[in-house]
Write a protein that binds this ligand. Sequence first.
Ligand code: KIV
Ligand code: ZN
Length: 355
Amino acid sequence: MDLVRIFDTTLRDGEQSPGFSMNTADKIRLARQLAALKVDVIEAGFRLRRMATLKQFKKVAQEVRTVPIAALARAKKDDVNAAIEALKPAAAPRLHIFLATSDLHLRVKLKMTREQALEAIGSMIRYGRQHVGEVEFSPRMPGGPTSVFCARLRVAVDAGATVLNLPTRWDTRLPEEYGAMFTKVREYLGDPQGIALSAHCHDDLGMAVANSLAAIRAGVRQIECTINGIGERAGNASLEEVVVALAGAQGQLRGYDGHSHARAFPTSRMLTEITGAQVAPNKAIVGANAFAHEAGIHQDGIIKNPLTYEIISPQMVGVPARFDGPGKHSGRNALRMTLRDLGYEPSDTELAEVL
Ligand code: KIV
Ligand code: ZN
């Protein structure tokens, strides 16, 4: 309970954005890779009342047995039943129930009162727990008075939820605000034994990873994230950035260092191959330029000691080799190394001429 767990939702939230659909074989391949990366939970799907999605989910759950598998459902009996069915083949199933609980959502979308929302939360979690050993609850887009919001969490805990996941409302919150929300929740709930708080951040303002780390500081023990940060709208917190940040925090964040970082880059490449959607070259950790240096001063530093300009060794996340291609801003040292790699040993005069 004290270590930060990685809940990967590439196959669910990640797939839920335009251009990221995956077929069954691809989902199984990616899920196996996520298991090798040692994530702690794989959320493998939603909309499980659809026969094709249900079949696909069951196959993933049958094939990947070393990691708990989560199924997402709205707080509605039909949806929950479909998720329970989908989880039958899973070795370690987790039912993830959500409800959009802001007053705006209740009034405009769900046509529910606050009281009806409370009743749906309690009854669906209680029902889910009769069939699945572990139930996670997400009050989607929290809003309104803290006391009302926390009362819903209390109902969820009393009904048997063991993970409380608090997605940000479109992620316009600053890290301090998001962290403070968890602090309040912990005060309200009095840190009940056996309950883990979880963060689920989207990158609408580029703060998904910062918000996730702020949540960890405030006591959160599960981070929901995706490979390459894919997901609804601007995407989710990027798994590779979160795990490297945790590994680099040197104990400050009480992170879990059991993830297999060396598979981060190959997993990112597997996903781009499956979806055809490339990551931006300047994407942190897995972008083509994340460990590339063109400026002469930087290349010179890297040759002398990589720690001069690199946060970690590229090999730590499975990047095969640094790409220090010579370019307009390169200097003498890097050019000599490149020529050497190509089999040339230029004299100083020749090198100056090439430069
Ligand atoms: O972003 C969100 O609110 C979600 C929930 C369903 C967890 O993905
Ligand atoms: Zn989401």
